[in-house]
Write a protein that binds this ligand. Structure first.
Ligand SMILES: [Zn+2]
Length: 213
């Protein structure tokens, strides 16, 4: 039985989640570099030790989700996993390198102020990949649209960690769309599953049925 423990961050920073099954933990997303101390304290509080943390999954490459992946991967001796299509973001420290819409001001600001670590992920995640080997009952869904390499984590209980496909700061809705066609396909794909609760990258959890598209 999985438990999903939100580690929320307000504002522009992405939420993190600990997916827990008994003594096995998988960390989903790692927040901004500037939130490092806060995140480390929270992980300590939650009893997340190097022995228990089996994997770090990034829902996509953006820096508000990948900012502490390299650091935490080393600290906890845990592999960092993401989709191959977003690897150019973390390898080059360029958030818009693989996006259709190039937001040059945000690109420039992020590189100037965010102290970005560049890294290559240890593992590439693909659609349908099972996380059982890492001690949790869940699988990966490729959900492109916010970025080409965006993924979600669907638990055996049909709860979804959706990254930045959907958000719920004021109400459940699409987050920033880079590729509208891909987003629509990703939403259609989700409708094939009887998803219960969605845990978004920004905002609080909501029932999937409360998302009206
Ligand atoms: Zn985000």
């Amino acid at each position: 039985m999985n438990e999903i423990i939100p580690i929320p961050f307000p504002g522009m920073c992405g939420n993190c989640y600990l997916l827990k099954n008994g003594d096995n933990y998988v960390l989903v997303d790692t927040a901004l570099r500037t939130k490092r101390n806060m995140l480390e304290e929270k992980l300590d509080e939650l009893g997340c030790t190097p022995e228990k943390l089996k994997l770090i999954v990034l829902t996509h490459g953006d820096f508000d989700h990948s900012g502490n992946a390299l650091y935490l991967g080393k600290k906890y001796d845990s592999p960092v996993a993401m989709h191959r299509e977003d690897a150019p973001i973390t390898e080059n420290g360029r958030m818009f390198i693989n996006k259709k819409k190039k937001r040059t001001l945000i690109d420039w600001l992020s590189r100037k102020f965010l102290q970005i670590d560049t890294f290559t992920p240890d593992i590439y995640m693909e659609d349908g990949m099972d996380l059982n080997n890492y001690g949790v009952k869940a699988k990966i869904l490729h959900l492109p649209g916010h970025s080409a390499g965006s993924i979600g984590v669907l638990t055996a209980e049909n709860d979804l960690l959706c990254g930045d496909l959907l958000e719920n700061r004021k109400r459940p809705r699409l987050y920033y769309v880079d590729d509208a066609g891909a987003v629509q396909k990703s939403i259609e794909k989700l409708k094939q599953y009887e998803i219960r609760v969605v845990y978004p990258g920004h905002g609080s959890a909501f029932r999937f049925t409360d998302f009206s598209g």
